[in-house]
Write a protein that binds this ligand. Structure first.
Ligand code: PLP
Length: 436
């Protein structure tokens, strides 16, 4: 049994000083009824807690660590950068360099604005969409998460398209009323909302590969339908690729599915583990942003030189020409992820535990359920107790997973074949424990 004495004591003390002992809710392990591990350090695919336990990490800081923790190229660039000062609040060459790198794989992002979090990116993209179209309403999908700005913290109670109700105290009824929440992957629902209200809707924002209700993939043709309907009604289509960017494929979901959104939000990976996100898209729209245009958005630390440096090095690794005879970085990750997931599926089958497994590039996840999962209602029907048992067993076997079935898991380039074999062996024990 793992010794987690110090993590337990640290959590008890943290609760004295921070709400729930954490600075972001899901870290608290509340969904699995456990005690979060306090992390001391991480390198490559492994993290170490303050009790001295070591784990293979599939959280990857919730997505950013695609090249692994403390990658030597990122670390040495940061070490050098930090000696030149940590922030100037003035333009640097680094910002243009990162912008160019992003544009080289996201050609729909003609112009980009760097911000500090995914929340800021989606919030600002919506303000821009409203400023550009002169319309107030937005459409989001139930179970998609776009950060915690007021108008996006809204879900609808039923499967029908409806006016939103606040899902968090503190979101005003007026704000919620401008957000229409629609079930994901439901063609009729989005069609009827757009028919009814299209001329008042500034933007449809979607996680094109949904990673915040567990991993749920768009049905064939669904994203194309969103593109068609938004175009027809003069509504902007915003792809929130904060999570699936550089993961669903190097060029994100937009490259994988061949759809051109008007605006894209990126985050996580473009900061290489430092706080960066961005929104960008068609020049004509982006040039409404201050100071080029009237829609205001700003940030003291936006484009921070350390954060830009970590992002640049991470993207350089991802976009580097592959060695002779090898697939590119993204393809390699996809292949390895597939191997891991096949191992889990085999183990679950052998143990007689029904699961639904999904993969998009280097994102993956499983639901403990005996049917396909297409939306939030399906995801909610998955067996939470089975997940809890499996999660606990995995942790005991040295595998660190997101502590909730409604999250996505991530592979990095640092995960080795041995890591994957160990993770499959652990999962076998986990499924047997679930079956007991
Ligand atoms: N959009 C998506 C798709 C996300 O997954 C997240 C966070 O997980 C966000 C936005 C918010 O990003 P941040 O936590 O950096 O504010």
């Amino acid at each position: 049994m793992r010794n987690t004495k110090q993590s337990k004591a640290a959590f008890a003390e943290a609760k004295e000083y921070m709400p729930g002992g954490v600075n972001s809710p899901v870290r608290s392990f509340a969904n699995v009824g456990g005690n979060p591990l306090f992390i001391a350090r991480a390198e490559g695919s492994h993290i170490h807690d303050i009790d001295g336990n070591e784990y293979i990490d599939y959280v990857g800081s919730w997505g950013p660590m695609i090249v692994g923790h403390a990658h030597p190229q990122v670390v040495s660039a940061l070490q050098e950068a930090v000696t030149r000062g940590t922030s100037y609040g003035a333009p640097t060459l680094l910002e243009t360099e990162l912008a160019k790198l992003v544009q080289s794989v996201y050609p729909t992002i003609e112009v980009i604005r760097m911000v500090n979090s995914g929340t800021e990116a989606t919030m600002s993209a919506l303000r821009l969409a409203r400023g550009y179209t002169g319309r107030d309403k937005i459409v989001k999908f139930i179970g998609c998460y776009h950060g915690h700005s007021d108008s996006l913290l809204v879900s609808a109670g039923s499967g029908m398209a409806t006016f939103g109700v606040p899902s968090s105290p503190g979101v005003t009824a007026g704000t919620a009323a401008d957000t229409i929440a629609v079930p994901y992957n439901d063609e009729d629902a989005i069609r009827s909302v757009m028919e009814r209200e299209g001329e008042h809707i500034a933007a449809v924002i979607v996680e094109p590969v949904a990673g915040n209700m567990g991993l749920v993939l768009p049905r064939q043709g669904y994203l194309a339908l969103l593109r068609e309907l938004t175009q027809k009604h003069g509504t902007l289509l915003i792809f929130d690729e904060v999570m699936c960017g550089f993961r669903a494929s190097l060029g994100g979901a937009q490259a994988a599915y061949g759809i051109r959104p008007d605006l894209t939000c990126l985050g996580k990976i473009i900061g290489g583990g430092l706080p960066v996100a961005a929104y960008g898209g068609r020049r004509e729209i982006m040039e409404r942003i201050s100071p080029a245009g009237p829609v205001y958005q700003a940030g003291t630390l936006s484009g921070n030189p350390l954060a830009m440096t970590a992002g640049i090095e991470t993207l350089k690794i991802l976009t580097a020409e592959p060695e002779e005879g090898k697939a590119d970085y993204s393809r390699e990750l996809t292949i390895k992820t597939k191997e891991l997931l096949l191992g889990w599926q085999r183990a679950a089958k052998d143990a007689g535990v029904p699961i639904c497994a999904h993969q998009a590039g280097s994102m993956f996840g499983i639901f403990f359920i005996d049917r396909e999962v297409y939306d939030y209602a399906d995801a909610e029907a998955a067996d939470q107790e089975a997940f809890r048992i499996w999660f606990e067993t995995m942790l005991d076997e040295g595998i660190y997973l997101a502590p909730s079935q409604f999250e996505t898991l991530f592979l990095s380039g640092a995960h080795t074949d041995a890591d994957i074999a160990q993770t499959i062996a652990a999962a076998e024990k986990g499924f047997v424990a679930v079956k007991k």
